[in-house]
Design a protein around this ligand. Structure first.
Ligand SMILES: NC(=O)c1ccc[n+]([C@@H]2O[C@H](COP(=O)([O-])OP(=O)(O)OC[C@H]3O[C@@H](n4cnc5c(N)ncnc54)[C@H](O)[C@@H]3O)[C@@H](O)[C@H]2O)c1
Length: 251
């Protein structure tokens, strides 16, 4: 599947990540987007955070980051639903359900039977080995399977790590990258590596965090001073210990 054949994108999971990914694909990417979650209350919350949330479309228009007409057209193209069959005719799927390997394997096995055979499948896992997530899909789908790791909050963070397995075709890698770029993201390519957890961003952040802990534990500097050093010396928006973003809607 090439970029110009990707018209409709299905997102599994409308939480912190799925909602943000759907938002940028509909606004910047111009794609038709269907987000699927498990119940009506979550579907309502997902819509609300896309429209009225801190990183949502309304605020983006208010602060001049998004044209009103683009926002209005994007909302026409975006659906949030509990109906998994709404993803069946998607050209491209992004999974953003909770970080549990067994759950991801199970959901992809189900999707493999529901979604059209030439659709590309991707996972926004924070770090599982992509080939393991793809374990239970058909051999043909494994060729169309990649990782697509966005950073939170998706509407403002530009990174998208694209992770390819030994089975991912070059055409799939090119299309996944092109979809991310069309949604305004900067692609960082990563080889899927058995026996690891995390790609570039999370592994390097975790290593730096371990070093920061060593400095604090040795009494060399306080947590506050470690954070201050990184925020004022490297312009990090936050340090390791103070209030920082990440998982949750409180960003
Ligand atoms: N939050 C972050 O900072 C961040 C950053 C990068 C990647 N990730 C990864 O993105 C994925 C999602 O994380 P999140 O923070 O958005 O989690 P979240 O809990 O906010 O959202 C997950 C959503 O998936 C839904 N869900 C559960 N089972 C489902 C199913 N079978 N079908 C459809 N929807 C289902 C839940 O109801 C929930 O709304 C995880 O793999 C996580 O590791 C998270």
């Amino acid at each position: 599947m090439k970029l110009d054949q990707v018209k409709k994108i299905g997102i599994l999971g409308g939480g912190v990540m799925g909602g943000g990914i759907g938002q940028v694909l509909a606004t910047h990417g111009g794609f038709e987007v269907v987000i699927r979650d498990i119940n009506d209350e979550i579907v309502r919350q997902t819509r609300e955070s896309i429209v009225d949330g801190r990183w949502g479309i309304k605020r983006a228009v208010e602060i001049g980051k998004l044209e009103f007409d683009t926002a209005a057209a994007a909302m026409e193209r975006l659906t949030v639903t509990t109906n998994v069959n709404a993803i069946a005719d998607c050209d491209f799927v992004i999974e953003a359900i909770p970080e549990r390997l067994d759950l991801k394997q199970q959901e992809f096995a189900k999707l493999d039977g529901i979604v059209k055979p030439d659709a590309i499948f991707t996972s926004n896992t924070s770090g599982f080995v992509i080939a393991e997530i793809a374990r239970d899909v058909s051999p043909a789908r494994k060729a169309l399977f990649a990782g697509m790791h966005f950073s939170n909050p998706v509407p403002t963070m530009r990174m998208c790590e694209v992770i390819y397995t030994p089975e991912t075709t070059q055409e799939t890698i090119d299309t996944v990258s092109a979809v991310a770029e069309k949604a305004g993201k900067v692609v960082c390519m990563v080889k899927d590596e058995p026996g690891t957890y995390g790609f570039i961003l999370n592994r390097i952040f975790a290593a730096a965090h371990r070093e920061a802990d060593k400095i604090v534990d040795a009494g060399i500097a306080s947590r506050e001073d470690v954070d201050k050093a990184m925020m004022t010396g490297r312009n990090w928006p936050s340090g390791f210990y103070g209030q920082r973003g990440g998982i949750g809607r409180q960003w």
